[in-house]
Design a protein around this ligand. Structure first.
Ligand SMILES: Nc1ncnc2c1ncn2[C@@H]1O[C@H](COP(=O)(O)OP(=O)(O)OP(=O)(O)O)[C@@H](O)[C@H]1O
Length: 292
C-alpha cells in the first residue's frame, strides 16, 4: 500500500503566469527518513513544499501526503504535519514560552513546551518578547513551533538560515533526535554540509525538474566520486584519477622510496557534485538552443 511512503508524488506540475515552476516532478519520501531537497534559487523547492503542505494547488499530478491529497487535507491531517516555513510574518508581543505553550494548545498530542524550548537552545530567552529576539533566535523559535505538535512529517524550509555555527550543530542534534523517534523530515537547504550530515537521501531540483535522487554519498554516480591522487614529480605537478587511491599511494611510496612530495588524496565533496549536477542541468537547454 502506498501509505508506506510518507510522501508520494507523480508528475507534479505547477504553472505561474510567466513560469512553469514545477515541471513533472516525481518524489517518494519514505516513512522515517530525512530527505533533503536541494536546488538553486528559483528551482521550485518552496513551490513543491507548499503544495505538499496544502498551501498551494498543483496544476497536474498525483500527490499523497500521509495518505491524503493535500488539496483535501482536513485539520486532523494538518495536525500531523509540522511546518517551518522560510519566512515568518508575525511580530508577536508574546514571550517565547507563551508562544510555544499557545501553539501546543492547537495540537491533540503536543510535546512538552519546556523541553522543546530547551531543545532549540532558547532556555535563557523563555521570558523574552518575541519581537526582541535576534534573527537566529527567531529562527530557533520557528523550529520550536514546527515541532511542538509532535508531527509525523516535518517540513523544514531553510531552517538554519541565520544560525551561528554552534546553533546549527545544536539544531542538527535536534533533527537527529527527531529522526530517531521516527519523524519523517523534508528539509530544504542551501547548506550542502547540512544535507550531507542530516539526510538519508537528497533530491536535486533545477528549473522545476528533479535532476537526481540519491544518498549523499552516491549522488552523481560512482564515477563522480573517483579519487584524485596528486603529487609533485621531478617534471612538475602530476594527478591520477583512480578508484583505488590506496594502491596508487603505495605504488608512489615504492617509487619514491618513502615520502612522496606534496602528496594529496582528494574526493569531490557533495558541494562539488551538486554544482556539477546543476551546472549540467542549466547547460542542457542552452546546448539545445545552440544547435537549432
Ligand atoms: N506566487 C508566485 N507567482 C509567480 N511566480 C512565482 C510564485 N512563486 C514562485 N514563483 C516563481 O516560481 C519559481 C520557483 O520558485 P520557488 O520559490 O519554488 O523556488 P525555490 O527553489 O524555493 O527558490 P529559493 O531557493 O530562492 O527559495 C521562481 O521562478 C519564482 O519566481
Amino acid at each position: 500500500m502506498e501509505y508506506d511512503e510518507a510522501v508520494r508524488v507523480r508528475g507534479l506540475v505547477k504553472r505561474y503566469p510567466d513560469k512553469v515552476a514545477v515541471d513533472g516532478v516525481d518524489l517518494d519520501i519514505h516513512r522515517g527518513e530525512v530527505f533533503a531537497l536541494l536546488g538553486p534559487n528559483g528551482a521550485g523547492k518552496t513551490t513543491t513544499t507548499e503544495i505538499l503542505e496544502g498551501y498551494r494547488r498543483a496544476d497536474e499530478g498525483e500527490i499523497s501526503v500521509l495518505g491524503t491529497d493535500p488539496a483535501r487535507g482536513d485539520r486532523y491531517w494538518r495536525a500531523r504535519l509540522g511546518i517551518v516555513a522560510q519566512t515568518t510574518r508575525d511580530e508577536a508581543v508574546l514571550s517565547v514560552a507563551e508562544m510555544v505553550t499557545h501553539f501546543a494548545g492547537y495540537y491533540p498530542n503536543p510535546r512538552d513546551p519546556d523541553q522543546v524550548i530547551a531543545a532549540v537552545g532558547l532556555d535563557e530567552k523563555r521570558k523574552t518578547r518575541i519581537r526582541t529576539l535576534s534573527g537566529g533566535q527567531r529562527r530557533r523559535l520557528d523550529v520550536a513551533l514546527g515541532v511542538i505538535g509532535n508531527p509525523e512529517l516535518l517540513f523544514l524550509d531553510e531552517p538554519t538560515t541565520g544560525f551561528d555555527p554552534e546553533a546549527r550543530r545544536q539544531f542538527w542534534t535536534l533533527i537527529e533526535d527527531l529522526r530517531t523517534e521516527g519523524t519523517t523530515i523534508l528539509l530544504t537547504t542551501h547548506y550542502l554540509d547540512e544535507a550531507e550530515h542530516l539526510a538519508d537521501r537528497v533530491g536535486v531540483i533545477a528549473d522545476g525538474k528533479m535532476v537526481e535522487v540519491a544518498t549523499p554519498d552516491t549522488l552523481g554516480g560512482r564515477g563522480a566520486r573517483t579519487a584524485r591522487v596528486s603529487w609533485l614529480s621531478a617534471d612538475g605537478p602530476r594527478e591520477v584519477r583512480t578508484d583505488r587511491p590506496t594502491a596508487e599511494v603505495a605504488r608512489l611510496m615504492t617509487q619514491y622510496g618513502g615520502e612522496v612530495p606534496e602528496l594529496q588524496v582528494r574526493r569531490p565533496s557533495l558541494e562539488d557534485i551538486y554544482l556539477e549536477l546543476i551546472g549540467s542541468a542549466a547547460a542542457a537547454p542552452a546546448l539545445e538552443g545552440a544547435v537549432q
